[in-house]
Write a protein that binds this ligand. Structure first.
Ligand SMILES: Cc1ncc(COP(=O)(O)O)c(C=O)c1O
Length: 427
């Protein structure tokens, strides 16, 4: 039998051709060979229960047979055309029907692109330049989105500081940074900048931090008061928190939302969705050359991603899927409580049953700074031990999938007990 190339060998090869030895996304020492259902295998042959699920898209698990069948049916008919295709229209219909804010949709290939265009649309629609973003909010890699994404230095609000080199100061000057979950701050900020703010972009649940009751409603009211475009970044929460996303779950409808991850069923597809009068700025015939937002992309709406999305959404519409997903989340959260309560360390499970993480802290985190103040050492011991016992996840998030099984739950429970022991030993 041919000897397999080990992860260490792949890492050495990767280092030669990839800066930082990887794709920039995840621990570059790991190489995933295969994923099936709820499990993934690395190139050393280790098996894991997958709570990373491609950073969100694989909500149905890897290689869902119905999604695969649909994709395999499309592949011989063509991968991409650049031109309109019927599957892209069908998926757009499904999405606008699902999302409370949905009237029209424009496709792009990644969530970050969708966010970039949503902010640009807000500017085109209002004729104003400033964008309000929350500290710690993640909206992809555009220059605007890189402002105060993960700052280690804490500056006074609303000053924006870039988390990336190569961004001109002029971009920072147009961004206003606010703390999440702080109604008084938002009220005073918007009053001070009356007539200058084009859009507010927000993750309705910021990374893992839930909105406090009334916070999203307040953003809606304030946006209406000042004629500001309210953008929900639902790249993560769309079709995960509920079929109609966080806007359905929390009962607040934005003007625009951005979607990605689940809607492409594991293929590159994302979208800007929202009010037709705002989306009209993609249509030169309606808004004229001056109001027009030029937007095109080679792979936008490609039929392979579209059919994977159509099938994924069809499966998600079936009875009981979201109850099942929430049930898995509750089960894992109960395991964590059972294992960590006796340890006597301060911790909080932060998030939603469909997406959460543990922060080792005594106080409920409400903002980015609260999460940052958690005990990083305990978090590292927790995550390293989970990995060593067959749990594949990012250090910042736990994503349950619909493919989880009883056997996965047993393995998860064992790993969580071990992780709690490791945290206990830190003293
Ligand atoms: C809330 C949010 N917005 C935007 C993005 C960017 O999406 P993409 O990685 O597809 O560009 C992500 C990615 O994780 C995200 O979590």
């Amino acid at each position: 039998m041919q000897r397999m190339t080990t992860q260490a060998e792949w890492a050495a090869r990767a280092k030669a051709v990839l800066p930082a030895g990887g794709f920039g996304n995840f621990d570059p020492s790991m190489f995933i060979r295969e994923g099936r259902g709820s499990r993934v295998w690395d190139e050393d042959g280790n098996e894991y229960v997958d709570y990373l699920i491609g950073s969100g898209p694989m909500l149905l698990g890897h290689g869902h047979p119905e999604v695969l069948e649909a994709v395999l049916e499309q592949l011989p008919k063509g991968q991409t055309f650049f031109a309109n295709n019927a599957l892209g229209v069908e998926l757009a219909e499904d999405i606008v029907n699902a999302m409370p804010c949905g009237e029209q949709l424009r496709y792009v290939s990644s969530g970050g692109e969708a966010d970039m265009y949503a902010m640009r649309l807000a500017r085109a629609f209002t004729g104003r330049d400033k964008i309000v973003k929350f500290e710690g909010g993640y909206h992809g890699m555009s220059a605007e989105a890189q402002m105060s994404l993960a700052p280690v230095k804490q500056v006074n609000f609303p000053q924006a500081i870039p988390d990336s080199a190569g961004i001109p100061q002029s971009v920072a000057d147009e961004m206003l940074i606010a703390p999440f979950n702080d109604p008084d701050y938002i009220r005073s900020l918007l009053a001070e900048y009356e007539g200058q703010v084009a859009g507010i972009i927000v993750e309705p649940l910021q990374r893992i931090i839930p909105p406090e009751p009334g916070f999203l409603q307040l953003l809606r009211e304030e946006a209406d008061k000042y004629g500001i475009v309210l953008i929900f970044d639902e790249v993560v929460t769309g079709f995960r928190f509920a079929y109609g996303g966080a806007q359905e779950l929390y009962g607040v409808t934005p003007d625009l939302c951005t979607l990605g991850k689940v809607i492409g069923g594991g293929f590159p597809l994302a979208a800007i969705v929202g009010r037709a009068d705002i989306m009209a700025h993609f249509d030169k015939a309606v808004v004229g050359a001056d109001g027009w937002l030029m937007q095109l992309g080679t792979l936008s709406g490609n039929p392979v991603a579209a059919i994977a999305g159509i099938k994924s959404l069809e499966i998600l519409r079936r009875e009981g899927q979201y109850e099942k997903l929430r049930g898995f989340g509750h089960q894992v959260q109960d395991m964590i409580r059972k294992a960590l309560d006796p340890v006597g360390i301060g911790y909080r499970i932060v998030g939603d049953p469909t997406l959460f993480e543990i922060v080792f802290t005594d106080a409920k985190p409400r903002t980015y700074r609260d999460v940052l103040a958690g005990d990083a050492g305990a978090g590292k011991a927790w995550n390293d031990t989970l990995r060593a016992h067959g749990i594949f996840k990012s250090p910042g998030k736990t994503y349950p999938s619909l493919a989880l099984t009883d056997a996965d739950m047993e393995m998860t429970s064992h790993a969580i007990s071990q992780a709690a022991n490791a945290v206990a030993q830190l003293g």
